[in-house]
Design a binder for this molecule. Structure first.
Ligand code: IVH
Length: 661
């Protein structure tokens, strides 16, 4: 096919795929397929610069950096909204709104108030031509190149485009992506970000659009400024038409209502779902739907009479650290805890918050006596976001980490380079309680709350997880505040916990650095607990994703006689799991594969599972024992090593052919 035609087919396919993914939430192709087509288009455009088009999906990866932002004046000012914090304030606004609408309650629409940063995006004859921040509402900064990189924001509108369309929306950072980014930064020892909102705002004001492109920002359109060549009559109608043009709007979240009760029900419903949403919502916005009526109602100084932001109880608040204490976790980690001047957060009174680790206390610069921002999301333990340095008086003190464990008084160990100090005493009551609690919950025994575990340990009834299985009805019934029925329930939970999986069992042991996904990888690789217990550090490193540090921790754990005994005693108590499927005779029997570089057609996990299914093993490093190295694009040092050792190197397609043979 002629390359011009191919480029235009690719552009159309990619634009449509991106719209299905980001606007309709209904993906039509896999990420791998998207990447492949994207690269094909990039290559075509690089080879034929005359093909370059301003609306090509390749233009979404970021223009060259610049020195400063230009100021732009908004044609129609970007106003703000009046806030209602409590029900009474909403009712006051509602009564006023009905009055200014002529006395009869009009139709209202309710949409989520996205907690992001406000922007304007301008389309001329269908093409995205400029975009800006809200600024002071009159003048903002021109950030067109950055806005162009936002996933789901079309560079060209679909269908018949109006002459000029100024759209207003909110740019936000999805919570999951935000948390993932912070985890990765923390793992690298780099500074983490405060919250998704500030990060979205900061990301939009990067001078280098490639930096913006690297972060997964999203946008939702919730209104418009000037519109030439198109006439909208009502809010919902306008959003639906914008969505048909390919724009991500909040149309799908919109609810209608007329009475204060109906509107309150929508507010309550969003509040209830707040913790489960993939983005931060800090309230709802109630708006009059009809545009003619909006005009009649008009404005106050800074805000329209026809809309209000009805806020949720804040989840971030400012309070003071009265003291800091240190708690000991199940792995012996000493964690600072801030004792706070009680504060209402998301509807709950909060008086303690974790500081994760002492390094963070130093890095965040948090001191006793500081005024700090505290945040609580859902059921998660409240955390300190940072100190308000400007409010310091000079009387604040640094936290001194104790030299001895605050629970068992054993001198703490704090090796160079480790983020936190630990209590090295594995029989420290705090560690014992923490491990038993973790074990019980990992195996689904939710009845063993921390108060019960505490009593069991303090009364000397259990010393480790295996002791749980020797408890009887009489002993359990005699615990404080324990009825016979609850005691029976606990015995029932103990009994059903015995029928488990290797993966859950490994997770329950609570080996440091072994989370859910590592436990799964270990279970898949070793098939049973004894081969794992006897594995050397090198053998452990053959497990995909297990590096030297994790391998050493696992090895040391099973080298301790106490831990080996614990496993044996648990097995004796009747814990069991399905034995690995015999894969003998599989065509990869005894063969070792290493995957390196990108896989295009299969996910890495899938490919590794296929190897295991056929009796082979997927390893993470190349050695003389490796039979095949499957190398994809951007393969690195493993490929070089395979070449040096003369190992057979195959492509992903050749690997697929082996599978199909
Ligand atoms: S409508 C006349 N709708 O909240 C102002 N704003 O406090 C019309 N916001 O600056 C704004 N979600 O950035 C509107 N669904 C939504 C919104 C929303 C978030 C932001 C917006 C505005 C601020 C006002």
């Amino acid at each position: 096919m002629d390359f011009m035609k191919r480029a235009s087919v690719l552009r159309e396919k990619l634009t449509e795929a991106s719209r299905s993914y980001y606007v309709l939430d209904d993906p039509v192709m896999s990420d791998a397929e998207y990447d492949r087509l994207f690269r094909e288009l990039q290559d075509l455009e690089a080879a034929h610069p005359e093909l370059a088009a301003p609306d090509s999906p390749t233009q979404k990866v970021g223009a060259p950096p610049r020195d400063a932002f230009r100021q732009v004046r908004h044609t129609v000012p970007m106003l703000s909204l009046e806030n209602a914090m409590a029900d009474e304030e909403f009712v006051e606004w509602y009564d006023r709104a009905v009055k200014s609408a002529g006395g009869t309650a009009p139709e209202f629409v309710v949409e989520p108030k996205m907690d992001g940063t406000a922007v304007e995006v301008v389309y001329e004859n269908g093409l995205l031509v400029s975009g800006s921040t809200r600024g002071d509402g009159e003048v903002g900064e021109e950030i067109t190149d950055n806005l162009k990189t936002i996933r789901g924001l079309p560079l060209r509108l679909k269908g018949d485009a109006p002459e000029r369309l100024e759209l207003r929306g909110e740019v936000y950072f999805p919570i999951r992506d935000f948390e993932k980014m912070n985890e990765e930064l923390a793992a690298k020892g780099e500074k983490t970000f405060m919250n998704p909102r500030n990060t979205a705002a900061g990301t939009l004001r990067q001078l280098d659009p490639k930096m913006t492109a690297a972060r997964p920002l999203r946008i939702v359109i919730h209104g418009h400024g000037e519109a030439k060549g198109i006439k909208f009559t009502a809010h919902e109608e306008s959003l639906k038409r914008l969505e048909a043009m390919g724009l991500p709007t909040c149309a799908k979240h919109l609810k209608r209502g007329r009475t204060a009760e109906e509107l309150r029900a929508v507010h309550e419903d969003w509040l209830k779902r707040r913790d489960k949403l993939p983005f931060e919502v800090d309230g709802v916005v109630v708006k009059v739907d009809d545009f003619r009526l909006r005009e009649e109602m008009g404005f106050r100084t800074r805000s329209p009479r026809w809309a209000i932001a009805w806020k949720f109880p804040p989840r971030e608040e400012v309070t003071q650290i009265l003291d800091m204490t240190v708690s000991v976790g199940r792995t012996g980690a000493l964690t600072p805890v801030a004792e706070l001047k009680p504060v209402l957060l998301g509807g709950v009174m909060v008086s303690r918050a974790t500081l994760n680790n002492p390094g963070l206390v130093a890095k965040k610069g948090v001191k006793i006596g500081d005024w700090v921002t505290v945040r609580r999301a859902g059921d998660v333990i409240p955390e300190i976001v940072g100190a308000i340095v400007a409010r310091r008086t000079g009387s604040e003190r640094d936290l001194e980490m104790p030299k001895k464990c605050p629970v068992c008084a054993t001198p703490v160990s704090w090796p160079e380079g480790e983020a936190i100090p630990r209590c090295p005493n594995t029989t420290c009551p705090a560690q014992v309680k923490g491990s038993i609690f973790h074990f019980a919950h990992a195996l689904g025994m939710d009845g063993f709350g921390d108060k019960i575990v505490e009593q069991l340990v303090d009364k000397g009834l259990v010393k480790d997880a295996a002791d749980l299985y020797h408890l009887d009805l009489k002993t359990l019934s005699e615990l404080d505040r324990m009825a016979e029925k609850s005691a029976k329930n606990l015995l029932g939970e103990l009994e059903s916990s015995k029928d488990t999986t290797l993966e859950k069992f490994l997770g329950a042991l609570g080996v440091r650095l072994v989370g859910e996904s590592t436990a799964r990888d270990l279970a898949n690789h070793f098939g049973d607990v004894h081969p794992l217990m006897d594995a050397t550090v090198e053998q452990l490193q053959e497990v995909p994703e297990v590096g030297e540090r994790v391998a050493t921790v696992i090895h040391d754990f099973f080298a301790a006689q106490g831990n080996r005994d614990l496993v044996e005693r648990l097995l004796k108590s009747g814990l069991h799991w399905p034995k690995p499927k015999k894969t003998e005779g599989g065509k990869f029997q005894g063969m070792k594969f290493v995957f390196t570089g990108e896989l295009v057609k299969l996910a890495r996990r899938e490919a590794e599972a296929k190897v295991a299914e056929l009796g082979g093993k997927a390893a993470s490093s190349v050695s003389k024992q490796t039979d095949y190295v499957v190398a994809g694009p951007n393969a690195g040092s493993k490929l070089d090593k395979a070449k040096t050792l003369g190992i057979k190197i195959i492509t992903e397609d050749e690997f697929l052919a082996l599978l199909a043979d």
